[in-house]
Design a protein around this ligand. Structure first.
Ligand SMILES: C[S@@+](CC[C@H](N)C(=O)[O-])C[C@H]1O[C@@H](n2cnc3c(N)ncnc32)[C@H](O)[C@@H]1O
Length: 307
């Protein structure tokens, strides 16, 4: 498993933002790449800038596997990879003013208006950059879509960052997508945004593990009746899906979704018997980030069982 030494599981960490120095075994300036794809750029940058600690976010496990192989081949030790939405990771895992550079190469542009909310560089992302980038820290965006770079520039300027570009780039990051678009004769654009003075941004994840004890009997029918329960509120939701009972109905697993803004997590809740009644906890195999929606999932199950 080539990615083994590089993979981090920040959803399991109980201190957020973490002490990155401990995750890397040394203190060094932090650089981040979001959507590293095959990892060509990340591996090259980590080698060239061995004096920095590199964190990569990807939502594709295949990309993590391929990148792990590359990192191992190049023998670098200053990279950590997370299978995580980089928009969420950048906001939740880094303290204000703690990041030197953030790179995004060829983000999925989502050109259709109805998909606009899927674009990575939006108003919230710009506000996160304005918080986590150190004074003088920079965000570098490379894309084949000039309109995307211009839209991003608008969000970044509104968040108070100083801009350079977008300008055409003759020689880019050398990634798979750069080769692909150049082969089709497309131009490549770069936008650089520098932070002037770090601001702050609201974070929603915390380390503590929620649980709830309910002084009630473990009632099989009541627990099975939780399947399909939903609760929604502005900016969030909890959906309880199937309920799985253990062979002797000693415990139950509930598959759940927790939605916080544009960040969705799937995980299991576990309901088990204790001397005082039942306890509702997060199942250890699928620990999510403890966001308001995840905490609400725990309390919702407890409330329903105490009725
Ligand atoms: C068009 S590809 C570009 C890959 C690579 N940077 C390159 O230039 O070849 C976009 C990549 O971003 C990843 N991605 C999309 N949204 C993401 C997000 N919110 N957080 C992290 N990675 C994301 C996708 O899985 C995909 O690998």
């Amino acid at each position: 498993m080539d990615f083994g030494p590089y993979l981090i599981r920040p959803e399991r960490w109980t201190e957020l933002p973490p002490r990155w120095g401990e995750a890397f075994g040394r203190e060094a300036p932090l650089c981040v790449e979001i959507g590293f794809g095959n990892g060509e750029f990340l591996a090259e940058m980590a080698k060239t800038h061995a004096d920095r600690n590199w964190v990569g976010f990807e939502t594709s496990l295949t990309c993590i596997v391929k990148t792990g192989r590359k990192l191992r081949q190049s023998g670098v030790e200053n990279v950590r990879l997370a299978l995580l939405d980089g928009k969420f990771g950048l906001r939740e895992l880094f303290a204000d003013g703690s990041v030197a550079q953030v790179f995004v190469n060829f983000p999925c542009p989502w050109p259709k208006a109805r998909h606009a909310e899927r674009r990575l560089v939006d108003e919230d992302f710009a506000q996160t950059l304005a918080a986590v980038l150190a004074e003088g820290g920079e965000f570098q965006l490379v894309t084949d879509a000039l309109w995307y770079a211009e839209e991003a520039a608008g969000h970044l300027a509104a968040a108070g960052l100083a801009l350079e570009g977008p300008f055409p780039l003759a020689d880019g990051p050398g990634t798979r997508y750069e080769r692909k678009w150049r082969a089709r004769g497309l131009s490549v654009w770069k936008l650089v945004a520098r932070n002037r003075e770090p601001k702050t941004v609201k974070r929603i994840a915390e380390g503590a593990m929620p649980h709830a004890k309910v002084p009630t009997k473990f009632e099989r029918l009541k627990i099975e009746g939780l399947a399909g329960k939903k609760e929604t509120w502005e900016g969030g939701a909890v959906v309880l899906k199937e309920v799985f009972l253990s062979a002797h109905a000693e415990a139950a697993l509930i598959r759940a979704f927790a939605i916080d803004g544009d960040f969705t997590q799937q995980f299991f809740l576990i309901v088990s018997r204790i001397p005082e009644g039942v306890i509702v906890q997060l199942d250890g195999a699928t620990v999510p980030f403890r966001t308001p929606a995840v905490k609400r999932a725990v309390s919702l199950v407890a409330e329903e069982l105490s009725r």
